[in-house]
Design a protein around this ligand. Structure first.
Ligand SMILES: [Zn+2]
Length: 100
């Protein structure tokens, strides 16, 4: 039994020639899983493009990120699929003003 407590398989490890997509460096040992989860120790180079899904860095200093447009972050790492339907509330109509 190997004791690797990873839930998902790491399919990418950042190197200098193949830098981390999140922090754009290859020197921090960042990795990503086939699930689209990025483990990054540098922090997002472009914070607008990444959503942190971890509450805090792990023991090794890695935080977990997903792309903003990766809707899986809505499940917060759970594999249960949810259907995020936007709630479209009709705007209340303004009260008619009496013509002055
Ligand atoms: Zn990184």
């Amino acid at each position: 039994m190997s004791a690797t407590p990873e839930r998902t398989e790491v399919v990418f490890r950042a190197t200098k020639s193949n830098p981390c997509e999140v922090c754009e460096t290859g020197t921090k040992g960042c990795s990503s899983t086939e699930d689209g989860l990025h483990l990054c120790r540098g922090g997002p180079d472009n914070p607008a493009a990444w959503k942190e899904v971890s509450r805090a860095a792990d023991k090794a200093g890695f935080r977990q990120y997903r792309r903003i447009d990766d809707k899986r972050h809505l499940t917060n790492g759970h594999h249960k699929r949810i259907d995020p339907r936007p709630v479209m509330k009709p705007k209340p109509k303004p009260h008619p003003k009496p013509n002055a």
